[in-house]
Design a protein around this ligand. Structure first.
Ligand SMILES: [Zn+2]
Length: 419
């Protein structure tokens, strides 16, 4: 029987390890049919063969009457040590627990003189299991000393560098073209380089850093990251405002912004059509935009926000729009109201942003230059499946009104008329 594993050989006399770390190895157990006893007679001898990249020929160990002890307390974790009498070494093995268990069982059968399919191997002819050199796709660095001085393997798809007081995202991280999962949490990073926007990251965690001190968000304008990013964690970053460019991440499903000092969420937030989970607990929110309920958010965590009291508004002449709206605004409203399909190919770029980011009146008319009326109505959050909030705070919404005659105005007035 042969297993692929990782091993370290420890010399019991000097207490030294032969290698600095575990190395990929093959272990084989079986009978050596050409072994000879003291008298030169052929005998069947149970042996373990150990192949490493340094020793491709393999080193043989007698098994019968040659095992000092087998430490198998951590077998369930895939760790076993076999101590041999001669030579006096400990063979420390890391392996898949099921395979390792099978290997120990085979040794036991051999020692008991029982026959087993697993012992049919002629150990004298055994060879190492060929290892396909697989490109490294995953790397985790949680100690400063492990940070690769010579750079990262170009093949990485997943990289975690956490809690090592990293100050800067170096260019070689931004140039890992295959990277899709990046975790830089618990460091001291104050900005993400613009080049990060060229990566097709799917998940990016950079919580517990200091992005709010530099507030550089150009990377969010990268066309690649806008198309790919689905999970973003910006919790605990000293953010004093909602980074507006976040609303360009239209594939975003999960957004974490908790433990910052954000006061407002912009109206353009509704552009995040795929967003399902929003964690914005422990911020300084005083309200939510009214078109929040046009989204399909399932989990909303606003715990620990103060949310201001309802404001009294006199909806008077100042909100009336007497003059006719500009032609483009009328056109934009028609596009919105009738859900006319539009794209960057048919509509000028600037108009796309206005269509997607301008506040909507309760009647769904797009409002471009009307004032925002703060905390005018109760926020409608009926679509949300899981709302995590402090019950003592009512959540009010900021609204806009498209004109004096709009039904949305009645909504505000009816609230105002309540005692
Ligand atoms: Zn309206």
């Amino acid at each position: 029987m042969k297993i692929l594993c990782e091993t370290v050989v420890q010399d019991r006399q000097t207490q030294r390890n032969r290698s600095l770390r575990y190395v990929k190895s093959t272990l084989a157990v079986g009978y050596n049919n050409s072994a000879k006893d003291a008298d030169g007679k052929n005998i069947r001898q149970l042996e373990i063969m150990h192949f490493t990249p340094q020793n491709k020929v393999g080193e043989r160990f007698k098994v019968t009457n040659n095992i000092e002890k087998i430490f198998s307390k951590f077998l369930r974790d895939g760790k076993v040590t076999i101590g041999f009498k001669e030579p006096p070494i400990n063979l420390m093995i890391n392996c898949d627990p099921i395979q390792l268990k099978g290997f120990l069982h085979t040794i036991k059968l051999g020692l008991e003189g029982k026959d087993s399919m697993n012992l049919r191997l002629n150990i004298a002819a055994a060879t190492a299991i060929p290892q396909r050199s697989q490109p490294q796709e995953k790397m985790t660095i949680v100690r400063r000393g492990d940070y690769p001085i010579k750079g990262f393997p170009r093949t990485l798809k997943s990289l975690k560098i956490a809690n090592i007081q990293l100050l800067k995202i170096t260019f070689d991280i931004c140039s890992l073209r295959n990277l899709t999962v990046l975790d830089l949490s618990d460091n001291q990073i104050n900005k993400v380089p613009r080049e990060m926007g060229r990566l097709s990251l799917v998940s990016f965690a950079i919580n517990n850093n200091q992005l709010g001190t530099a507030n550089e968000w150009d990377w969010l304008r990268g066309k690649q990251i806008q198309k790919s990013l689905r999970e973003l964690d910006l919790s605990n970053n000293e953010l004093t405002y909602f980074p507006h460019d976040l609303i360009r991440l239209e594939q975003l499903v999960g957004l974490k912004l908790s433990h910052n000092k954000i006061k407002r969420v912009p109206f353009g937030f509704r552009r995040l059509r795929n967003l399902r989970n929003l964690y914005i607990a422990s911020n300084l929110l005083s309200s939510l935009p009214s078109d929040f309920n046009l989204m399909r958010i399932l989990v909303l965590d606003v715990w620990g926000n103060e949310f201001g009291m309802k404001m009294d508004h006199r909806i008077s002449g100042e909100h009336n729009v007497h003059s006719a709206p500009p032609l483009w605004l009328s056109a934009a409203r028609t596009v919105c109201q009738n859900k006319v399909p539009y794209s960057a190919a048919t509509v000028p770029w600037l108009l796309l942003d206005i269509l997607a980011e301008s506040p909507l009146c309760a009647c769904r008319k797009i409002c471009f230059d009307t004032p925002i009326i703060e905390r005018a109505v109760m926020a409608t959050l009926d679509n949300i499946k899981t709302l995590i909030s402090n019950r003592e705070h009512l959540i009010y919404a900021d609204i806009v009104l498209c004109g004096a005659g709009c039904a949305g105005r009645k909504q505000v007035l009816s609230y105002e008329q309540q005692p």
